[in-house]
Design a protein around this ligand. Structure first.
Ligand SMILES: Cc1cc2nc3c(=O)[nH]c(=O)nc-3n(C[C@H](O)[C@H](O)[C@H](O)COP(=O)(O)O)c2cc1C
Length: 219
């Protein structure tokens, strides 16, 4: 059963997770899983284009009206999993949604993966959808904003937009996993990027083995 978000009054202060239409939806899934496993609340916004990447990369059709089932399928959890109770979902076209306003309580926001379009839109303050509006609000309220850009190579426009985001106070965190933590499979590479995101926002995790100062110690 879907709930009406506006009828819920709690003191929860969530992290807003914006999923835009870049390749790399496993980075988003790993970040959402880790936030929920850490006991954080999550407000989720999935852009229209991200529905295509989620479908392409996971086979899941993400629907506003069935977001809990679709999110569960995407994360590999059962729809009844109680961890999903900490998620509030907002359609990307809903400019009246909570995260549209600075008075809505939020710890900050992560955009993962971030398309070059989202990078541009946030840097320019376009607010063309709820994801971009929520990011703009996060910046104006001086809350943490992490933008996990996924594109390669990068054109000069995107590079400039990334500098503008940095100057505006965001952390630009390319989806660029390191290979020094004894990683053996793709999921570990994905978790490395999610772990770097959680490091930036100060949420504890065990997504990767930390560098200990000895070459080869993680092998
Ligand atoms: C399958 C697929 C993969 C894509 N991968 C990327 C990508 O890796 N990086 C990127 O910047 N855009 C990528 N795009 C293009 C974006 O989806 C497109 O620019 C869109 O306008 C982004 O909109 P959004 O930022 O509102 O989600 C991809 C599109 C599709 C359909």
């Amino acid at each position: 059963m879907q709930t009406d978000n506006r009828s819920v009054t709690t003191s929860r202060t969530p992290w807003i997770v914006g999923v835009s239409g870049a390749s790399g939806t496993p980075y988003a899934a790993a970040t959402i899983r880790a936030l929920l496993d850490a006991g954080e609340d999550v407000d989720l916004v999935v852009s229209r284009a991200a529905r295509l990447t989620i479908l392409d990369e996971t086979g899941v059709s993400f629907r506003d009206g069935h977001w809990r089932e679709d999110l569960a399928a995407w994360l590999g959890w059962a729809p009844e999993d109680p961890r999903l109770d900490a998620v509030r979902y907002w359609p990307a076209g809903d400019f009246a949604a909570g995260p549209s306003s600075g008075s809505y309580p939020a710890r900050g926001m992560v955009v993962v993966p971030a398309s070059t379009a989202a990078v541009a839109g946030i840097a320019l303050g376009l607010s063309k959808d709820l994801l971009q509006r929520a990011a703009d609000v996060t910046l104006k309220e001086r809350r943490p904003l992490v933008v996990c850009v996924r594109e390669t190579p990068l054109n000069r426009g995107t590079l400039r937009h990334m500098v503008e985001l940095d100057e505006a106070g965001a952390v630009v965190l390319p989806a660029a996993p390191g290979f020094y933590a004894g990683l053996k499979d793709v999921q570990q590479l994905v978790d490395f990027v999610a772990g770097k995101i959680l490091d930036v926002i100060g949420v504890p995790h065990t997504l990767f083995q930390r560098w200990r100062g000895d070459l080869g110690s993680a092998r």
